[in-house]
Design a protein around this ligand. Structure first.
Ligand code: FNR
Length: 385
């Protein structure tokens, strides 16, 4: 099929992978209001069209958390993403490297930090969940450091996993073990190309770092129950500071929606925040990420890096987020759709599409460098802000 925009990659992914995996990527929590809002509210951001500006030769180059990047975009940590293609996170990290953007590996990725590191020149960023098993957590921090990772993202918006009803219905997490098994088998047999690609027919699988904790050959059910029992709602800002003490590099707090929390992160000396509602997978009915961004950028933007994610599906959306105060954005589902559609090539396809869209969008608002992007590019329905 023709892959003209990110939503075409989504459709290609839907056709290629089993339904339980697609629903896991695509879905959100509760009634999925925030998932829909993230996208809809971004579309509501209006930009000023400026003409005859001579803004030729657009450059997307810049820095993101101290790293030189070809565009102000990074691949967000996505748990189990690697199940969508053979050794999936390695393929995604290679795509990110080829396109000059950072890749952030999830604590619950399918490939380990060592495996991803071995597949690329540039060490990946690493995302950490505070697990009840603190030994596992400290081990993860040490392994990420040993792998050369410079930046740790501490995800704080998942003290308890939000209810994902699509996962219950699809056979990923609901029903009895036998029901789950049968539903998944039924879905996998309709996707033989995927099953062959990921080597499902070829024997036991490891599921990343979690396999270290639950034992080699852990299956998806082991993974799921380990995750469910390991989220820790007792975590506080002081715990975050303790992790900071274990981490010599930069540390970013991911999952901030409130300016008060952003100020706390700045006060405690963290290097940045990701304004995020976890792609609408946690608290449903909260602010859309783009709506939370402006006040947070205003509160702490001069003291720390302010990244944003949630609903970014095009290069135009990247421009909208940056005009609203972000120093850069993370792509979540967009890159995973690419991976599920066509492996490394799919992720590269998504990234080059976003770069091309961003270039055009910048030309149309009359800027050709990132430092010219700001709130002056926004317009209200009645005129410029
Ligand atoms: C996520 N996200 C996420 N975040 C994180 O810090 N650790 C993780 O393991 C995961 N896992 C995960 C799985 C899946 C399937 C999705 C879709 C998302 C959240 C992710 O990093 C990011 O915040 C959102 O995906 C951004 O929203 P969009 O771009 O998907 O709309």
């Amino acid at each position: 099929m023709i892959l003209a925009d990110v939503m075409d990659y989504r459709e290609a992914a839907r056709r290629r992978i089993p339904q339980f995996l697609f629903d896991y990527i695509d879905g959100g929590a509760f009634a999925e209001t925030t998932l829909r809002d993230n996208i809809a509210r971004l579309q509501d951001v209006r930009l000023r069209q400026r003409v005859l500006t001579g803004a030729d030769g657009v450059s997307l180059a810049g820095t993101l958390l101290g790293r030189t990047v070809k565009m102000p975009v990074a691949l967000a940590p996505v748990g189990m993403a690697g199940l969508n293609a053979r050794r999936g996170e390695v393929q995604a990290a290679r795509a990110a490297e080829a396109q000059g953007v950072p890749f952030c590996l999830s604590t619950v990725g399918a490939c380990s930090i060592e495996e991803v590191r071995a597949g690329v020149q540039t060490p990946p960023w690493f995302q950490l969940y505070v697990t009840r098993d603190r030994g596992f957590m400290r081990d993860m921090v040490a392994r990420a450091h040993a792998a050369g990772s410079e930046t740790l993202f501490l995800t704080v918006d998942m003290p308890s996993p939000g209810p994902r009803y699509r996962d219950k219905r699809s056979g990923l997490s609901g029903g009895t073990p036998l029901q789950r098994q049968l539903m998944r088998i039924a879905q996998v047999v309709t996707r033989p190309a995927w099953a062959f690609d990921v080597g499902l027919l070829g024997g036991p699988h490891t599921i990343g770092h979690v396999s270290t904790a639950v034992g080699a050959g852990a299956g998806i059910d082991d993974y799921w129950s380990w995750m469910a029992s390991n989220f820790d709602a007792s975590v506080t800002w002081d715990d975050a500071e303790e992790i900071r003490a274990l981490w010599p590099g930069q540390m970013v707090i991911k999952g901030i929606l409130d300016p008060e929390d952003a100020r706390e992160a700045a006060k405690r000396g963290f290097d940045g925040v990701v304004v995020s509602n976890h792609g609408g997978r946690q608290l449903d009915g909260t602010l859309a990420a783009i709506d939370a961004l402006g006040p947070i950028a205003e509160a702490v933007g001069d003291r720390m890096a302010v990244l944003m994610d949630g609903g970014i599906r095009s290069g135009l959306d990247v421009l909208r987020a940056m005009a609203s105060g972000a120093d850069g954005v993370l792509l979540g589902r967009a890159w995973v759709y690419g991976l599920a559609a066509d492996g490394q090539r799919g992720v590269e396809g998504v990234l080059s599409l976003i770069a091309a869209e961003m270039r055009v969008a910048m030309t149309l608002v009359g800027v050709n460098r990132l430092d010219q992007i700001g709130p002056h590019l926004l317009v209200t329905q009645t005129g410029s802000k």
